[in-house]
Write a protein that binds this ligand. Structure first.
Ligand SMILES: [Zn+2]
Length: 386
């Protein structure tokens, strides 16, 4: 008698991540200087590249192409957005300002944020590539898409550039989902900075739940007037649908996981989105020059698993992942790999962590998360529903 045939490894579409990318995004040259200032003080022999440089994304690209996760990835070519697509999130006046800046040879659009020759075409590619990634999910061609893009977008507001961001890629994708018939979209942003642009874009809407976990950095100037504090809950119909989770400096793997289980999971469960958008920045890692949180690959892997399970439970597995910050040229790529391993819900890690060694003190984050939970319970009606 023949032995029972061994079933082949599962190869359903949910077991792949569809990555959208276009190499034209490497042409956004942010220059050199003292960190992100573009300034040359004259007394330093070695000026560093702006943290948001193409090297970081080249490593993200290559680790997905040649790392152990590569068999789980399908590649798709991104495309530029057309101007009319941008008006779903940004005002025509703001878009015209950027078009004119490009025509004039570029300008500093706000502190640390440069529009140089090549930048505008890259920004259009980032926006269009994210829209294609979302459309792939909406059309049912695949459950999980990842837009590997730069320049990043989550600080860009409807009328204002901010924090290296020109166009709000995730915001445009959310609006596309709504315009395509989705009733509710949930955005979970784990970049170390407050996703203020996305929050502002949907601040008056109860159709988009924006949740941001970030370092408690507060406002950083005229381009970023928002504080990212718990009391920025949304306005009007949108009141209660912007949940800010500012975490103490040094919050690490266990603190982030605790915050997500205590605050993100119940909110998404009650909201029941039609599609989820997972906004990822590896600048919440322990080694990022632009953040003071302590996530390691293990933490990113755990977060990826939880987000995947939320998507499976509440949005029929439909999940768009959008790239934001992450400035350590090596570790950002490793942490991206770990995040996507988590999203794939693999039983064992594919890649070990080469550098995780900072200790974590959970005491502060547990206390802060408890007080945020109480604050939201007292003020956000939908969280208290059945
Ligand atoms: Zn960031």
């Amino acid at each position: 008698m023949a032995a029972e045939p061994v079933p082949p490894p599962s190869s359903s579409p949910t077991d792949r991540i569809h990555v959208f990318w276009h190499e034209g995004m490497l042409d956004h040259n942010t220059g050199t200087g003292v960190f992100d200032t573009g300034m040359n003080p004259g007394f330093l022999d070695v000026l560093e590249k702006h943290p948001e440089n193409s090297d970081r994304v080249k490593n993200m690209l290559s680790i997905l192409k040649r790392g152990p996760i590569s068999p789980f990835i399908s590649w798709h070519l991104g495309r530029p957005a057309v101007l009319s697509e941008l008006f779903s999130f940004h005002t025509p006046e703001y878009v015209n300002e950027l078009v004119e800046a490009d025509r004039d040879g570029g300008k500093v659009v706000c502190s640390g944020t440069f529009l140089n020759p090549g930048s505008w075409d890259a920004a259009l590619l980032a926006a269009g590539t994210t829209l294609s990634a979302m459309k792939h999910v909406l059309d049912g061609c695949g459950k999980i898409s990842y837009a590997l893009i730069r320049p990043p977008g989550h600080h860009a507001q409807p009328t204002q550039a901010d924090g290296y961001c020109l166009l709000n890629n995730a915001g445009l994708a959310v609006q596309l989902a709504l315009d395509s018939g989705c009733k509710k979209v949930a955005v979970v942003d784990i970049d170390v900075h407050y996703g203020n642009g996305t929050a502002e874009g949907f601040y008056h809407s109860d159709k988009v739940l924006t949740i941001s976990l970030h370092m408690n950095h507060g406002s950083w100037g005229p381009s970023h007037p928002h504080n990212g504090t718990v009391d920025e809950l949304g306005d009007g119909e949108g009141c209660g649908y912007n949940l800010n989770i500012p975490l103490p400096n040094g919050t690490g793997d266990r603190g982030y996981k605790y915050a997500i289980i205590e605050l993100v999971v119940p909110a998404v469960q009650k909201f029941e989105p039609d599609v989820m958008v997972f906004v990822v920045g590896q600048d919440s890692s322990a080694f990022d020059p632009n953040g003071r949180q302590c996530l390691t690959m293990e933490g990113y892997r755990e977060i990826g698993k939880i987000i995947r399970s939320l998507a499976d439970k509440h949005s029929d597995g439909r999940l768009l992942i959008v790239q934001e910050g992450g400035y350590h040229v090596t570790y950002s790529a490793y942490c991206l790999h770990a995040t996507l391993e988590g999203v794939l819900d693999l039983s064992h890690p594919l890649l070990s962590d080469p550098i995780a060694y900072y200790p974590e003190d959970e005491a502060f984050s547990v206390e802060v998360i408890g007080s945020i939970k109480q604050y939201q319970k007292d003020r956000v009606p939908f969280l208290n529903g059945p």
